[in-house]
Design a protein around this ligand. Structure first.
Ligand SMILES: Cc1cc2nc3c(=O)[nH]c(=O)nc-3n(C[C@H](O)[C@H](O)[C@H](O)COP(=O)(O)O)c2cc1C
Length: 187
């Protein structure tokens, strides 16, 4: 089982990279799955520039960068979205990275590690509606990293409570992914 931890901020100096690295480090000892970090920023995606709607493109994308992103996402069974809250919602960069594909997400699992001044809770709630359109299976629980209290001196210092939350969410994601298989829908 392969899980991608997707860092959904492309902002220079983003805290998301610290959150993604923490999730990966926390998951290192698990033998049920491998966890890898994907930074959306590394893929240099344009704002949706494909003439064909992704759900109808059958993975035949025009832009080589979309194809590279498609190949990467396709290779995973499930995902952890490291989701910043921007203006009470999801980050535009991550929403665009989601929108440019479709079958690569469909029928797979996802868990959320939100972060922001209120733990990214509103962003994650919005993500739940978005991923439902791709028939994804989301874990019930989520992790809420507070950028005001969990980054003393600018460095992520997760509390025991936060670490326990992450353990629970990863347990749930691994169980869900193994029960569903990969992917649940042949699209
Ligand atoms: C454009 C923008 C809008 C933001 N809006 C919110 C918000 O509505 N609620 C919140 O809790 N934090 C908000 N923040 C704070 C971010 O959640 C926080 O800066 C976080 O570190 C952003 O993720 P990043 O550092 O990985 O880019 C906003 C930040 C940016 C850049």
């Amino acid at each position: 089982m392969k899980i991608a931890i997707i860092v959904g901020s492309t902002r220079p100096g983003r805290l998301g990279s610290q959150v993604g690295a923490w999730v990966a480090a926390h998951a290192t000892d698990r033998d049920e799955a491998t966890f890898e970090v994907l930074e959306v920023a590394d893929f240099g995606l344009s704002l949706l520039d494909e003439a064909t709607i992704p759900g109808a493109a059958d993975r035949e994308y025009e832009n080589p960068r979309t194809r590279e992103w498609s190949t990467a996402v396709d290779s995973y069974d499930g995902f952890v979205f490291v989701a910043p809250e921007y203006n009470h919602s999801v980050s535009a960069a991550m929403k665009n990275a989601f929108d440019v594909l479709y079958p690569e997400w469909a029928g797979k699992t996802v868990a959320f590690v939100g972060y922001g001044a209120s733990g990214g809770i509103r962003a994650v709630e919005h993500w739940r509606g978005i991923v439902a359109n791709a028939s994804m299976f989301a874990t019930r629980n989520q992790v809420a990293v507070n950028t005001l209290t969990d980054f003393p001196g600018g460095e992520l210092a997760p509390s025991d409570r936060l670490a326990a939350d992450l353990t629970g969410v990863l347990d749930e994601l691994v169980t869900l992914t193994s029960r569903i298989g990969s992917p649940a829908l042949a699209i």
